[in-house]
Design a protein around this ligand. Structure first.
Ligand SMILES: *Cc1c(COP(=O)(O)O)cnc(C)c1O
Length: 398
């Protein structure tokens, strides 16, 4: 604005001569807050490129901050393109909607993240898309469900809450033989322990809410692919659904990613220490930690994974009533009662797996009768966490 005429206050509050300082040595990615994206000319606006991840067209569809995060996630997962959405659940729903249409069916593992099962029974069912459940530990049960209308096979490893580790190569082989694409929930491995694309999986979903954020304060999900056509197919639906993320959240996850591996290693080591302590207690009937022999699929974990995160479960002796287990969890001082894991705080949540209506399984039975508690080991000192369990376990007696 070089008009001689002086601008009004309201105009001056909007238009100034700001240009980003350059050169500038700040090491972090700038946070771009943008819904409006502008072009210097009408011709440039008309030539805008919606398709590529460097074409800035609209805040919803990406800024330098969100594209930077997307490319780091793609590289973490070993893929080529990542799409970011406002939660892990949104990433699951995006994949479901991008891959299926009325008349199709989707195959889900019986121990799938439960909100994903709910989407199958409600939103997808209303559209005439059928969710079918297979026993993740029995590849034959998957093979039996695949038909000409199977649009997608979901995998999750280990399974949510119950921690079974499936034979991923066997499941992928069935999908490939029938030409069905596969998607995996890779949240537990956090992109660090398991390489889905090396196993032939097509789509990798990750709840960035967990370890990548690491602060228990951001919700975000990602959908990563290695194939350009598949990326464009999912991206088209991403745009139509109006999914996008803000710059502040992207910044927090970028900041978390830089320290993720160190936090993850500490949390994983703490998880192993807690699991070992729990395995030595008479009150505990089974430790469902993929690194423990009690855990179904332990051998597959040894074969396919390079380590463990801090999330696992323990089943208590069936003679210990639920009220006592609840009292033990209430007595914990360092473990908070909460679901969303992956931060620095340890957590414990009892699940009613054996109670009537407590398990949501339909294709496999749950073998334990005792109360299940899901533990998440944060980054505290392992000694303190074990001391805390020790004092809380006194509530189990009586
Ligand atoms: C937390 C979680 C999700 C969902 O992530 P949100 O961001 O909380 O919606 C999906 N899958 C797994 C395995 C999770 O732990």
């Amino acid at each position: 604005m070089d008009d001689a005429k002086e601008l009004g206050t309201a105009t001056r509050l909007v238009h100034d001569d700001y240009v980003a300082p350059s050169p500038f040595g700040g090491i972090n990615v700038a946070i771009h807050h943008a819904s409006t994206v502008t072009w210097p000319t009408v011709a440039a606006m008309r030539a805008r490129d919606w398709k590529h991840d460097t074409g800035y067209t609209y805040g919803l569809h990406g800024t330098p901050t969100t594209f930077t995060l997307a490319s780091r996630i793609a590289s973490l997962e070993g893929g080529r393109h990542a799409l970011l959405v406002p939660s892990g659940l949104a990433a699951i729903v995006l994949v479901d909607f991008a891959m299926s249409k009325t008349g199709d069916n989707l195959l889900l593992p019986d121990n799938v993240y439960n909100p994903s099962r709910d989407v199958g029974g409600s939103l997808l069912a209303d559209l005439g898309i059928e969710a079918r459940f297979y026993d993740p530990m029995d590849p034959a049960s998957l093979a039996a469900l695949v038909d000409d209308r199977t649009a997608l096979i979901w995998l999750e490893t280990p399974g949510s809450v119950t921690m079974e580790v499936p034979d991923v190569p066997a499941l992928v082989a069935i999908a490939k033989a029938r030409g069905v694409p596969t998607a995996i929930d890779n949240t537990w491995a956090a992109g660090l322990l398991f390489r889905p694309f090396d196993h032939g999986i097509d789509i990798v979903m990750h709840a960035l809410t967990k370890y990548p954020s690491g602060g228990s304060d951001v919700l975000m999900g990602s959908v990563t692919t290695a194939d350009e056509d598949l990326h464009q197919r999912i991206k088209a639906v991403h745009m139509k659904m109006g999914f996008g993320i803000g710059g502040d959240d992207a910044y927090l996850v970028l900041r978390g990613l830089a320290t993720m591996q160190m936090r993850f290693e500490r949390s994983g080591a703490n998880g192993l220490a807690l699991a070992a302590w729990l395995a030595g207690r008479d009150e505990v009937a089974a430790v469902l930690h993929p690194a423990h022999a009690d855990c179904p699929g332990h051998a597959f974990w040894r074969r396919d994974f390079s380590g463990a995160c801090g999330l696992f479960s323990a089943v208590f002796d069936e003679r210990i009533p639920e009220e006592r287990v609840d009292a033990m969890v209430d007595a914990l001082r360092l473990f908070a009662i909460g679901f969303s894991w992956g931060g620095v705080h340890s957590l414990a949540v009892p699940y009613r797996m054996a109670a009537p209506g407590g398990t949501t399984r339909s294709a496999s039975s749950w073998p334990h009768r005792g109360v299940l508690v899901r533990f998440y080991a944060g980054t505290e000192d392992a000694r303190d966490l074990i001391d805390d369990l020790e004092q809380a376990f006194t509530r189990l007696a009586g």
